[in-house]
Design a protein. Structure first.
Length: 140
């Protein structure tokens, strides 16, 4: 048995994943980061993006979308808490494309500062979902 770390991914509604991984890749607030056994304790915010779990048995990586959230790293446990977390395989590409278009329209209108800021947030989320979907499709 190789070196693995326990990973829990939890959304506001349910636990999405609980299991072991050799390597965890996340979209941190300050950039992408990787975590494996022996990583220093850490608490940081996540931006909308994907979480990728590499498994020791050579199984395909698990890919998840998170809307942002909090990452906690302890010596033998990685916990990801997100408002929204979904497996990439469960995301609807057509719906993500529609969300991306709606966000672009909000940004283009610039009718109010709040609408513009909300549009930027929604665009980041839609683009992160599309990346997770395409990465999942490309791993097959």
């Amino acid at each position: 048995m190789g070196f693995t770390i326990k990973v829990d991914i939890v959304s506001a509604e349910k636990r999405i994943f609980s299991g072991a991984a050799e390597f965890v890749s996340v979209s941190g607030e300050l950039g992408d980061m990787g975590i494996q056994v022996g990583h220093a304790p850490l608490l940081t915010f996540l931006r909308p993006g994907q979480v990728r779990l590499k498994h020791e048995d050579g199984a395909p990586d698990d890919i998840f979308y998170v809307s942002g959230g909090i990452l906690e790293v302890q010596p033998q446990l990685v916990t990801i808490l997100a408002d929204v977390a979904e497996r990439a395989k469960d995301l609807d590409e057509a719906e993500a494309l529609k969300a991306q278009e709606r966000a672009k329209e909000m940004i283009a209108n610039k009718s109010a500062e709040m609408d513009y800021a909300k549009g930027l947030i929604e665009l980041a989320r839609a683009m992160a979902q599309l990346k997770a979907i395409r990465d999942y499709q490309g791993r097959k």
